[in-house]
Design a protein around this ligand. Structure first.
Ligand SMILES: Cc1cc2nc3c(=O)[nH]c(=O)nc-3n(C[C@H](O)[C@H](O)[C@H](O)COP(=O)(O)O)c2cc1C
Length: 382
């Protein structure tokens, strides 16, 4: 199987599975507990049908959007994800270049493996910095100031990782950051010599935003669940979020909002966006899917704040359904991570190109020439 054989989410996932040692693959692919929420995130889109209009003159369509003040050429961007150089040696560099090529935003995690300073040079376009609120206040200040100095336009505070989700696949494989070599994982690394060669011979694994502050995750191998549990501040509350928003003094979003009540509070503290998200089903299993929850949140705050639907996106039609309900844009994680693992920058370029083609085709088939023509009138719930 080659990159040119990858036409959809499942194809990229299969190729990623072939290329990655199993602990790394399952870190991306897995979710919390019984993974019910993870599956529901995608299947929720199947409970709603699109009702197209025809004869609309659709030879040219415009899929550009403005989200939190950022102009994007397509309504889908790359959600911030940790540890990308473990998935492909180019890591965030590949994603930064591919997102820039497609004129879309990409998020850089606090737990990224390439620094914001380097990413700024690769990607002049819209960038979001994802903030984890650590116990170490010096680290928090440094994260904020580095992102500001590197001209990141959007800050997103993740609010759904107050403790680690129960990711049982990681418990079984023993996945840690950096990868700990155990007898079982050694076999898997040996069976993936291409990955192992790159990991052991290329630039040493690092999380440059943490260096000099904490050794967990870089010099001290730790599961991501344990990192959340021990390094992040569980006392984080609305006051902290409000202060951070004021300190950033720019485009600011809460990532991981699921209730109408919290969406309204996000508006009250001065946020300009929210990601309706359950962290890709990796935290609270049994929580509702973002798409299921989208309508009530858009009804409550959609005219005051940019609402982003995130989780389970695999198809152009998923994006059109979310935008019809009222989201401004969508973002995806695994969608581009499998492509990164499969083929680096070329993979991410291909998946974003495929999604762009799908969105354009689906807009034409829906009879719309711009995204603001989508509305709930085009949807029917089963
Ligand atoms: C491997 C992986 C790592 C992630 N790392 C982070 C992270 O560091 N910070 C964060 O806020 N969200 C992180 N997320 C969550 C994503 O930002 C996003 O919410 C999620 O992937 C959306 O679901 P999807 O993968 O079904 O598109 C991660 C997700 C995955 C799959």
């Amino acid at each position: 199987m080659r990159l040119t054989d990858c036409h959809n989410f499942g194809d990229f996932r299969r190729l990623a599975k072939k290329r990655l040692p199993s602990p790394v693959f399952h870190y991306i692919d897995g979710a919390a507990d019984d993974e019910i929420t993870y599956r529901r995130n995608t299947s929720s889109f199947d409970d709603v049908d699109l009702v197209p209009n025809v004869l609309a003159g659709v030879e040219t369509v415009d899929m550009s959007v403005e989200v939190m003040g950022q102009k994007m050429d397509m309504p889908l961007y790359c959600a911030p994800t940790a540890l990308q150089r473990l998935f492909h040696y180019e890591g965030e560099r590949a994603v930064a270049r591919a997102a820039t090529k497609h004129g879309t935003m990409f998020g850089v995690s606090s737990l990224a493996t390439v620094s914001v300073e380097e990413i700024e040079k690769l990607a002049p376009g819209p960038k979001m910095f994802q903030f984890y609120f650590h116990k170490d206040r010096g680290l928090n200040d440094a994260l904020l100031e580095r992102a500001r100095a590197a001209n990141f336009q959007v800050m997103a505070l993740t609010v759904d990782t107050i403790t680690g989700g129960n990711r049982e696949r990681d418990l079984r494989t023993g996945f840690t950051s950096p990868p700990r070599i155990t007898p079982a994982s050694a076999i898997s690394y040996a069976l993936h010599p291409g990955w192992a060669w790159n990991y052991f011979t290329k630039e040493k694994f690092d999380m440059p935003h943490l260096s000099g502050h904490v050794s967990a995750g870089t010099n001290l191998a730790m599961s991501i669940g344990d990192y959340f549990g021990s390094m992040l501040d569980q006392s984080m509350n609305w006051d902290d979020a409000e202060k951070l928003c004021a300190k950033w003094n720019g485009q600011f979003a809460l990532k991981g909002i699921m209730s109408v009540e919290d969406a309204k509070r996000a508006v009250d503290i001065g946020c300009t966006g929210i990601m309706v998200s359950n962290h890709g089903g990796r935290q609270l299993d049994g929580s509702r899917a973002p798409f299921d929850q989208l309508a009530e949140i858009c009804d409550a705050v959609g005219d005051k704040i940019d609402v982003i639907c995130e989780g389970g996106i695999q198809r152009g039609t998923h994006v059109l359904k979310a935008l019809s309900v009222g989201a401004k844009a969508c973002s995806g994680g695994r969608m581009y991570l499998y492509a990164l693992a499969a083929a680096g920058q070329a993979g991410v370029e291909r998946v974003l190109g495929n999604m762009r083609t799908e969105i354009e085709r689906d807009m034409k088939l829906m009879g719309v020439t711009s995204l603001d023509q989508l509305s709930r009138a085009n949807l029917r719930y089963r």
